[in-house]
Design a protein around this ligand. Structure first.
Ligand code: BYC
Length: 475
């Protein structure tokens, strides 16, 4: 494989490796969008006033070293447009165009579908920044505050990535969609974000770690399928976004590790499961937060049986997770698959053409990946000698989208009456009392190296810096 490293222009207003300077019209259009983005960031981005933050900035896309770390004032962060390396030999790996060279321009017949996929992806990025806007005020340590802001600036960059595609390839309609990405807002009554999970609140740090574990992980899988796209600029954009995404999931995984570790310590110290009085988060509450965030994230995979997904695949727009490693014909027109179904009050399965089953196929990969976190957290509990396990609830529990939408299924997969479900739901999902307890623990800890009492410290710092490094400076 030959691949070409695109040249980086870090001096222009918008750092990029897409030769913006060579396309004045596009450059001007993006430079007109830039102040609107900065206004949105000021209104909707992190609400805590800082002097500067130790942040990673993308400066290259090569294999060795793509990021630069330094203290930067957040509003001076250099949000740039970066596509991963270009492979001139790349061919479409699936669908009816399998084997043809990838497209450098949008094929007319797929314009609407591609635009829709890019808009949905783009909509989630600023939504998450809006959801996390107030968390900085209650950060459990400077290390965590820095991680929050890192996630926020990179979601901002991912918005830039999608806006670049809309401006560069979708003309006036694309520019209008780019404006709309700043006009919709998470949780707004009049113009909410497109997907359900992105209109939920992230009011406390336990929710933040759950969001970065479960919801960012949907991002990993959706970006992984768009990375397979026959539309090469989308593929290359997503490939690079995935690099940044890894840290976001690390924040979630290790964040929940640390909450579980601290809860285990408190359980041992006080010889009780009821650690709320000792300033901790009881395991039962952690389980409820898992139940909630996991199930709203399952909804992000759409319907189990989807003609949209079939059409995207056949057209070569959205592939499967690790498409090229799959051992089949990559066309799937003669294959069958099974999808979840809920019929006459019973959990069952439907046999459907494999092409229709692609959302469930991706969800299956996602669920397996989610299980790795549960194993880690249960290992922490076992090591502490605690005889309790956290788990993922049944896929039909608490669903709003797909076969199980509205069904009354318990976390252990029993179908019950609606009244029984409602009578028990406070044992399964966070109640106002739980949320109030968790929020009540959220007090900022701003001294380097110090940590809030409800969470264990991290085992290492960022970029080889010590845990007690001054990751954030204030005025
Ligand atoms: N909420 O045929 P179906 C991330 C709609 S996260 C509301 O099953 P499809 C990130 C659906 O739009 C990754 N509506 O749909 C994470 C469709 O509407 P129309 C974001 C929903 O298209 C953390 C209708 O129901 N990226 O990056 O197969 C922080 C029929 O459904 C929902 C993507 O999602 C829902 N949950 O599947 C920051 C990738 N689910 O056509 C970032 C792009 C379904 O009838 N999106 N509907 O009007 C897609 O690939 C697909 O559109 C979906 C839905 C997987 C979302």
């Amino acid at each position: 494989m030959t691949s070409a490293r695109p040249k980086i222009d870090f001096d222009s207003k918008i750092p990029n490796n897409v030769d913006l300077a060579g396309d004045r019209k596009l450059q001007r259009a993006l430079e007109r969008w830039q102040p609107n983005f900065l206004d949105w960031w000021a209104d909707m981005g992190p609400a805590v006033d800082t002097k500067d933050v130790y942040l990673r900035t993308a400066v290259d896309v090569g294999r060795d070293g793509w990021a630069h770390f330094d203290h930067v004032p957040m509003n001076e962060y250099r949000w740039g447009v970066f596509l991963s390396e270009h492979d001139p030999d790349r061919r479409i790996a699936f669908g009816e165009h399998k084997g043809e060279p990838v497209w450098q321009e949008v094929p007319g017949e797929y314009r609407a579908d591609l635009q829709r996929l890019i808009v949905i992806q783009g909509d989630t990025e600023p939504a998450s920044v809006e959801q996390q806007r107030f968390l900085g005020a209650t950060a459990p340590s400077l290390y965590d505050m820095r991680n929050l802001f890192q996630v926020n600036v990179e979601e901002g960059r991912h918005l830039w990535a999608m806006v670049y595609l809309l401006h560069a390839y979708f003309g006036r309609a694309g520019r209008e969609e780019a404006d709309q990405l700043l006009a919709r807002n998470s949780g707004s009554d009049d113009s909410p974000r497109i997907l359900g999970a992105f209109n939920e609140e992230t009011p406390d740090w336990l929710s933040f770690y759950m969001f970065t574990y479960f919801t960012d992980r949907d991002g990993k899988y959706q970006l992984g399928t768009l990375k397979e796209s026959g539309f090469d600029p989308l593929s290359r954009t997503c490939e690079f976004m995935l690099k940044e995404e890894a840290h976001h999931m690390f924040v979630g995984t290790t964040g929940i590790d640390r909450v579980v570790r601290r809860t285990a310590e408190l359980m041992q110290d006080h010889d009780t499961e009821a650690v709320a009085g000792a300033g901790g988060i009881p395991l039962t509450m952690i389980q409820k937060y898992i139940n909630f965030h996991y199930t709203v994230s399952l909804d992000l995979f759409g319907n189990e049986s989807s003609t949209n997904a079939a059409n995207y695949f056949t057209a070569g727009l959205k592939g499967r997770w690790q498409e090229e490693r799959r051992d089949d014909d990559h066309v799937l027109s003669n294959d069958a698959g099974a999808v979840d179904a809920f019929r006459e009050g019973q959990i069952s399965q439907n046999e459907v053409p494999a092409l229709l089953a692609l959302n469930q196929d991706l969800r299956h990969e996602y669920i397996n990946d989610c299980r790795t976190g549960l194993k880690r957290w249960n290992r922490i509990l076992a090591k502490a000698g605690i005889d309790a396990e956290l788990y993922l609830p049944h896929v039909g529990f608490n669903r709003q989208v797909g076969a199980f939408a509205g069904a009354s299924i318990t976390p252990d997969g029993r179908v019950v009456s609606e009244s029984e479900w409602n009578a028990q739901k406070d044992q399964w999902l966070p109640t106002e009392v739980d949320k109030t307890h968790v929020r009540g623990l959220m007090h900022p800890v701003l001294e380097p190296g110090k940590i809030a009492g409800w969470i264990a410290p991290p085992s290492t710092g960022i970029n080889d810096k010590p845990v007690d490094y001054e990751y954030v400076h204030f005025h």
